[in-house]
Design a protein around this ligand. Sequence first.
Ligand code: F6R
Length: 591
Amino acid sequence: MCGIVGCMLNDNRKAAPVLLDCAKKLEYRGYDSVGLATYDERIHVKKDEGYIETVDEALNLADMPGNYGIAHVRWASVGKPSKLNSHPHLDEKETVAVVHNGTITNYSELKDKLISEGHKFISQTDTEVISHLIEKFMDEGSDLEHALRRCIELLDGSYAIVAISAKEPNKIVATRKDSPLVLGQKDGSYYLASDIPAMIKYTNRIMELNKKEIVVITKEKLEIHDEHDNIMFRTPIEIDWTPEMVEKNGYEHYMLKEIHDQPESVRRTLLQIDEIKEILDDIGEIEKICIVACGTSYHAALSGKYIIESEARIPTNVVLASEFAHSLNIMDEKTLLIGMSQSGETADTLKALNSIEGPTKLAIVNVEISEMTKIADYTILTKAGPELSVAATKTYTAQVTVMYMIAALLGNNEELLDKLNKVPEYIEDILENSEIIKSMAKTYLYANELFYIGKGFSYPTALEAALKMKEISYIHAEAYASGELKHGPLALIDNNMPVITIIPPGKDHNLTLNSLEEVKARNSRIVTVCSEDDDLVQDKSEECILINPDVDEILAPLVYIVALQLLAYYITIEKKHNPDRPRNLAKTVTV
Ligand code: F6R
């Protein structure tokens, strides 16, 4: 889940500052080590374990010669974070430098063979076999691109690889299989990166690279070769993301900025209505829906289940992608199989979608050039814009927005579509009143654990709010359907267990209130997210986050979650953790 970058600049710019700039935009993919290699008469390398800013302070990463090179940010998978395990990896003669994202599953046997042939390894990584294999094949007479081709023929597992060689100056080669890599070009300069946000400051003219294609970039041209060495023609797609979208724009963290982006990102997603209608008309009759997803996207899918079943009356099954192989997936051509993923690259979700034939497949993704769009028969783009914080926020609300639009269209529910247009304003209200949530964070800073409860439409919101809290604040947070409390979890409730209750107005209000009474009777501290005019709930709560009374339980999943994203964010800030870089996590889970 690392991030990789490459650039070949055809003007007077040095490569290192550009590589560093791009790598900073990929920190959400990994931040335990960073490294750059550039070429100027020889290969120059700077790398170390640590956050980019720390390593940069020590090594001055931008100060490297040459106008082309490669870079890497690491999320350790094989070999712990250390200078030696940081990329780029070289061969022992330092003629080849390689950056890699993915996992080579047969690296041990390849390494043993290379060692028996006299190669000396200095790292514990799987990647180092790649630099040695390229060196070996170049020594045997292959040029750089064919050495890379011969190398990948031996590799099992996933990879995106970018390499340079001192034996063939002014050339970058790259390839990919099951790990992302996109290409960009502008004014004769070329860029490569794991994801579009890395290069959007330099170009929005993006090209995809298909599995096992090899791209060869020289000062003169960019050529893509297929597995049989045929040259492939590819037209760049102009992506509608702007450089400002990947900046913090004055916010302290990407997460806070992205939470504040939500009125606009929901508005943009709502504009997709005609495209979504066209897709659904084209698909035709749908008897049942199955959605596969992981993590936050799974919670968006669960929200979708409640909304679609209630508004369109179509049975909707939601399966964790990692469990998909273990469920009985009976699907025919009248089943719509949806893959929900902000990145479109999540390995488990791709595997689930690939494992089944028969149903129509629909990808709901935030990244236009992604693997999932290639697998699916149809794609709906969530228009959240680039999301750089590891914790998903605006991509979640964009996914839930799409779920509403699908439900409203399949259920011919014009009224719901009209109601959705008010959502951005309701979110704006919450953002404008976030001081209350900020001050509440001080009270819960020392909580060891938190319970979230919600019923019906609000149950997936409780799950997502608890996930946000645990992943960035490291507070143990659990979410339950409120009706489940008395079937076990109530045993955990005492005065040390704050219970955060999501209780919008609607048919489930009174039953949720009953659950709230049950926890209150066990001396729990009651925090509620409820309507501004819900005096009854406010009277029973120690703390309340108040939401516009027009937001009923059907719309609540899109609005109430924003308050709880803010609560997780501010508690994390009080605890002095960096919400953009939660420990042990990376944003795009390609393994
Ligand atoms: C949590 C988070 C993850 C992702 C999950 C799936 O904030 O971001 O739980 O939702 O890894 O990722 P995508 O949506 O890219 O498939």
